[in-house]
Design a protein around this ligand. Structure first.
Ligand code: ADP
Length: 449
């Protein structure tokens, strides 16, 4: 695969920086790690071909420091940048600047990143392409009165959501008309504080949906395929904790139908590279909520089931290569589950940074651990608390559950508290085993213990 790019700079840290580095190495492409002063001993730096320090611990001064990252690319002779997820991955200005510097941004076009980053624009675009939406306001709400009218039309409960939203922030439910006033002001205030943009819209609040998302990949030659769905309904505070591929709730025919709608829409949009369309699924209906224009944390479950390296595909496509296969070539084999292990107290969810005195990862058939941890590593307090993703793959869902249980039991992270015990409890829950859960199940389960 040499010749695609001279060298790729990986503008991220932790497990995802390692993940991208691994793809580059297998493709014979040298890569550059960047790091903050707090991450000088991090695994993504220790395993790097070369590395550049880009600033002090705070992310805004390092992993979000565009000037430092572009300088690092220039001085190391990198000709492409992979942003991973989080940080600058969905920042259209960054993608623009990368291209203005004559480098390739490994991701979608800045115009598509910008469009999908505005959830109102994203919904408008998807609706015009025939993708079903959650019922709600037709674009931005301009006044509380308008919110009242739309809420009365779609029926309570309703959700006020930030156009610039992300990470579950700027989202408030009103269960009845009396609560709308407060949901309106709180959502707007939160959106203003978190995103500097208080534009909001309204959606019907679904009481028992599943979160089902579709992985897509498009090349620059008009070919679009999908790699099936992931069920990410196990969430706490709108944040995913455990994901599965495929969803225990939908059939092969439903996957094919949704896939056909989505790939046709993205082909018309001229979308390029990896993307994920997120849907809520209830009463047999899919309703689009947003699109992520990047690699997702939970991409490994798709990789295991489809036998594809999604990062490699992103790199090939960014270099201008055609996909080289079509939808009928994509096979779905068995079932995969991912647990996101965080450095958090499993009861209170307070972050628990600190020294990992011993680390032992599970192994064996069908087990994958994506982590940058090692014995003697000090988890810094400055960044996201996810420390490992444990992914298992097996012929059936029941076997995947058995494999996940035994892998969780083997997993040892000594010195700091982690959410491993919580995942063990989830894997033992009868509702989980039955695949019988909605996006609201986990919060009740956590609260009930
Ligand atoms: P963010 O970008 O902040 O993650 P999303 O729009 O992706 O926001 O929504 C995050 C989660 O919030 C969803 O996975 C789902 O659990 C919940 N959610 C979003 N919209 C609705 C809705 N209309 N009804 C019920 N739950 C919703």
């Amino acid at each position: 695969m040499a010749g695609l790019f001279q060298k790729i700079l990986i503008a991220n840290r932790g497990e995802i920086a390692l993940r991208v580095q691994r793809a580059c190495r297998e493709m014979g492409i040298p890569s550059v790690a960047v790091h903050s002063t707090a991450d000088a001993q991090a695994m993504h730096v220790r395993l790097a071909d070369e590395s550049v320090c880009i600033g002090p611990p705070a992310a805004r001064d390092s992993y979000l420091n565009v000037a430092a990252i572009l300088s690092a690319a220039t001085i190391t002779g990198a000709d492409a940048i992979h942003p991973g997820y989080g940080f600058l991955s969905e920042n259209a200005e960054f993608a623009d600047m990368v291209e203005a510097h004559g480098l390739t941004f490994i991701g979608p076009s800045p115009a598509h990143i910008r469009m999908m980053g505005d959830k109102i624009a994203a919904k408008t675009a998807m609706a015009s392409l025939g993708v079903p939406l959650v019922p709600g306001s037709d674009g931005e709400l301009t006044s509380l009165e308008e919110a009242r009218t739309v809420a009365a039309r779609v029926g309570y409960p309703v959700l006020i959501k930030a156009a610039a939203g992300g990470g579950g922030r700027g989202m408030k439910v009103a269960f009845a008309a009396e609560e709308l006033d407060e949901a309106w002001s709180v959502a707007r205030a939160e959106a203003r504080a978190a995103f500097g943009n208080d534009a909001v819209y309204l959606e019907k609040y679904l009481d028992r949906p599943r979160h089902i998302e579709l992985q897509v990949m498009a090349d620059a030659h008009g070919h679009v395929v999908h790699f099936g769905e992931r069920d990410c309904s196990l969430q706490r505070r709108h944040q995913k904790l455990l994901e599965e591929a495929g969803s225990p709730a939908i059939t092969r025919a439903q996957r094919d139908a949704l896939g056909a709608t989505v790939t046709a829409a993205l082909a018309r949009l001229g979308y390029r590279n990896a993307g994920t369309l997120e849907f809520l699924y209830q009463d047999g209906q899919f309703a689009f909520i947003e699109m992520n224009t990047r690699l997702q944390v939970e991409h490994p479950v798709t990789e295991m089931v489809c036998g594809v390296d999604l990062v490699r595909e992103q790199i090939r496509i960014a270099a201008g290569q055609a996909l080289g296969y079509g939808q009928p070539d994509i096979r779905f084999n068995g079932h995969a589950i991912e647990c996101r292990i965080t450095a958090e107290d499993p009861e209170t969810f307070m972050p628990t940074p600190g020294m990992v005195s011993a680390f032992h990862a599970p192994g064996g058939l069908g087990v994958r651990v994506d982590s940058a941890l090692y014995s003697g590593y000090k988890v810094p307090p400055y960044y996201d608390s996810m420390i490992a993703k444990l992914i298992v793959h097996a012929p059936t869902r029941a076997e995947a559950i058995a494999r996940m249980r035994r892998s969780l039991a083997e997993f040892a992270v000594v010195g700091i508290k982690t959410t491993l015990p919580l995942h063990q409890r989830i894997l033992e829950a009868p509702e989980f085993e039955a695949g019988d859960y909605t996006i609201h199940w986990l919060e009740r389960f956590v609260g009930a213990h």
